[in-house]
Design a protein around this ligand. Structure first.
Ligand SMILES: Cc1cc2nc3c(=O)[nH]c(=O)nc-3n(C[C@H](O)[C@H](O)[C@H](O)COP(=O)(O)O)c2cc1C
Length: 188
């Protein structure tokens, strides 16, 4: 099994990155071939809405998106991790999703995923607001729904991991979420 981990936040070694690593560790222990990419190290321009991809399923912008998109298509499992930024995913994650629309064929019945893979997706997020405010105020749901909007178009099997109430990574505070992350990787 090929697994792709994508960190869509800028802070390496912080909360979402740790949770992502735990899912990937579970996947590795399961025997998966794991690759990890940091979107903030790459150049991913925003979508220009030129609509060229409607016919070609290929984006006209030549930047790092294409290489990650190919990894995404080739992967059996994808772990996508974005911290909550203003009740949503990070701007880089959003740019990636907007550009990712090029991978689907637009039909009268909605977007059609043309590739077999990926089928299994784990979404990871973290926010500063503590539970239950993180959820009642729509902070975590806003971010998770944004990620689901994209991966849902692939008709993927989706699992979600969240950590709330933190800024810097605190292994004690994240203990439950880290354990869940590892399990999700192992059981994917
Ligand atoms: C620009 C920005 C916007 C943020 N917006 C929110 C927010 O709307 N709600 C919230 O609870 N936390 C918010 N946070 C806090 C982060 O989601 C939180 O610290 C998270 O743990 C960061 O993930 P990381 O440790 O992986 O970088 C924001 C942080 C930044 C930098």
């Amino acid at each position: 099994m090929k697994a792709l981990g994508i960190l869509a936040g800028p802070r390496k070694g912080q909360v979402t990155d740790h949770l992502l690593d735990e899912v990937l560790r579970g996947l590795k222990d399961k025997g998966a071939e794991v690759k990890k990419v940091y979107l903030y190290d790459l150049k991913i321009e925003p979508c220009l809405a030129c609509n060229a991809c409607k016919d070609t399923q290929e984006c006209v912008i030549n930047d790092d998106f294409k290489a990650v998109a190919q990894e995404l298509v080739n992967a059996d499992a994808v772990v996508f991790a974005s911290p909550v930024y203003v009740g949503n995913v990070t701007s880089v994650a959003k740019a990636f999703f907007d550009r990712g629309v090029s991978l689907f064929k637009m039909t009268n019945f909605g977007p059609k995923w043309l590739h077999n893979k990926p089928k299994k997706v784990v979404l990871v997020t973290a926010c500063f607001a503590p539970f239950p405010f993180s959820h009642i105020l729509g902070i975590v749901p806003g971010c998770v729904n944004a990620m689901k909007n994209f991966f849902g178009m692939m008709k993927a099997k989706i699992r979600v991991i969240t950590a709330t109430g933190g800024w810097d990574f605190d292994a004690k505070k994240c203990k439950g979420a880290l354990a869940k992350a590892y399990r999700e990787g192992l059981n994917i």
